[in-house]
Design a binder for this molecule. Sequence first.
Ligand SMILES: Cc1cc2nc3c(=O)[nH]c(=O)nc-3n(C[C@H](O)[C@H](O)[C@H](O)COP(=O)(O)O)c2cc1C
Length: 731
Amino acid sequence: MTISIWRFSHLMLALVSSLFIVLASITGTILAFEPISNQLQPYKINSNISLATTISSLSESYDEIITITTDENNFVVASVITKEGDSETFYVNPETGEKLGDLIEKAPLFKFTTNLHRSLFLKSTGRFIVGLVSFFLILMAITGIVLIAKRQGGIKRFFSKIINENFDQYYHVVLGRWFLIPVIIVAFTGVYLSLEKFSLLPETKITHTYPEVNSDEIIKTPFTDFEVFNNLKIADVKSIEFPFSDDVEDYYFIKLKDKELLINQYSGEIISEQNYPLVKLMSQWSLLLHTGQGTILWSVVLALVCIALLFFIYSGFAMTLKRQKATKKITNKFTKDEAEYIILVGSETGSTYQFATLFYKALIATGKTAYITTLNTYANYNKAKEVIVFTATYGEGEAPVNASKFKKLLEATTQNQSIEFSVVGFGSLLYPDYCKYAEEVHQLLNSHENFSQKLELFKINNQSFDAFRTWLSQWNIASNQNLKIQQPIEKRSSKNTRQFKVVQRMELNIDDTFLLQLRPTKKIKFQSGDLLAFRPNINEAARQYSIAKVNGDILLSIKKHDKGLCSSILSGLNPSDTIEAHIDYNSNFYLPKKAKNVVLIANGTGIAPFLGMIKDNHKQQHIHLFWGGRTHQSLELYADFLNEAKNENKLSQFHVAYSQEQEAKVYVQDLILQQSDFISKHLQEEGIIMICGSIAMQNSVLEVLNQITTKHLNEPLGTFENNKQIKKDCY
Ligand SMILES: Cc1cc2nc3c(=O)[nH]c(=O)nc-3n(C[C@H](O)[C@H](O)[C@H](O)COP(=O)(O)O)c2cc1C
């Protein structure tokens, strides 16, 4: 069964029941406070007091006892005739018989909320709806389990780390796992209580048999000596009714949690003992678990469940809307058999579809005949000259939902002519199987007789638009075309925009690179490794810069590009100027505080976040920095920082490679290879490696690291990536 069926069911169940779940969750949160407020009343009893002591103390204090009960709050309630002859019911101290207070009246707010929660003020119809929605909640929990298992790559990895790519998605899954069991308990008990209300459970009435008693043979034992009264604790007695009269055939009638007893009022003998059937016991447990009566802790859990349910509804719909917006299908201008360019898309949350659509529109704008569709609708294309595949990867390197049938379709379909193909993989380096499905599609097309490769497989990390541009320029060269694509403007809410004041801007160095120190005008949280997103004007997309946090300020290392709008503006700033920008949190690229040994690898401006991490190294972590630049002069920009860090023992080793200083070019990956023994020992001892800089550098470094681990440790680099020892933030 495909993930879409599960997701569809999960969504449909949520759609039909969302309104009621919201109502039940809000009312449930309020109701959770009822047992909590009750528990805070001063009527708590010593639960070790025996029934004999309770009866004896009450008999001394009152004329007659009619019943004694322990209520849902575990307070003891006595119905008595007082010495003044009044009939009264109140809370008592079972040890002394003293009246503790009048019965708690249910507050009007709780009365109203209980009615709304139970039946929506619609009597039986309302009760039925509430029961049905509880049942849907169980189904949602089950479909949710399947979805999480599929997302994490199997049920065995159900509790494995979740990659935080998006707030709604991340917390939907995190809280889903935390609250799974409590939600199932609340839903199941809700259904059970509804079934009970509609008398749909088997009959649970108990009948006692009353033996014939000969009044002449009565031996009168004082009740304080009754074995059963001495053995029972008052806290375990739900209720005790006293005999009506002195007639020997009138008994004490005791209800316990699991059974009922009839006790001879003179001998203390148990006349009848009947256990409750399972159905009845389950009703009691359902009530307790659903309402939280008697325990503050469980009531707090119930309140949290209600709040979590509200969050699930919000985040679930937010994700769906986002997905729908992103996958909004465009209407093709040409049919599949008219088009020369066929764009096939594999996308689950829609971002890949957006890239593909931009490419489609660019083709159409230059007068080409193009057709865009999903990989799952792959077919025969009469006039196709070229197929361009854009696909994401999901699960453990699997196909996205709308690409799951592609392999079979490709095998079953023959094209009439030879077609060129290119594959662009969209994925995330945070996953071990980076762009694996794109690799598979590339492989399938490569070995298919109808297809010939136009471009190498191109992988795009984290939906990088810069990387997409690079691929487009490769495609333009190979096709002798000049397609132009404008980066769509991301809508960022202005409430997250912050103002920053320029503290210092260095002059451009020999590589047109400079340092910019910014100070937030209002307090804002950030760390080295986070990103500053700056947008030159409202019509342009934001450009992100890696942040070094230095003495509470933001330090950026920026290369000024000739036609770069952002870098041009930033390089023209002067002290006291202000700019507006965003902090994009990037928690996957923070310096792990617990790691004793860390290797930092960067080229060019990629050193920026590392400057902050090194400056902040107060825990005596051993930091080894490898950096690649063009010349000695390139390093001058950072020299003061690095010298100071060395003097303060915050930086253990610094290795530098200059690419332009000597004839044979030396790059940072060459340094890594020279230090193979050190690097392999470092990884073996669970050290961390962080890489920041250009994608090209990253790829070369990863290749070298893989060589080292394979040769020295007999393991592919993937083993250490899976172990979260490799962190990357490249662009
Ligand atoms: C649950 C889940 C699993 C993923 N698994 C992988 C993976 O195995 N390999 C990979 O490179 N990317 C993986 N990704 C990242 C996506 O492929 C990437 O974010 C992609 O850009 C999403 O494209 P879409 O919005 O078109 O679906 C995964 C993302 C999610 C949410």
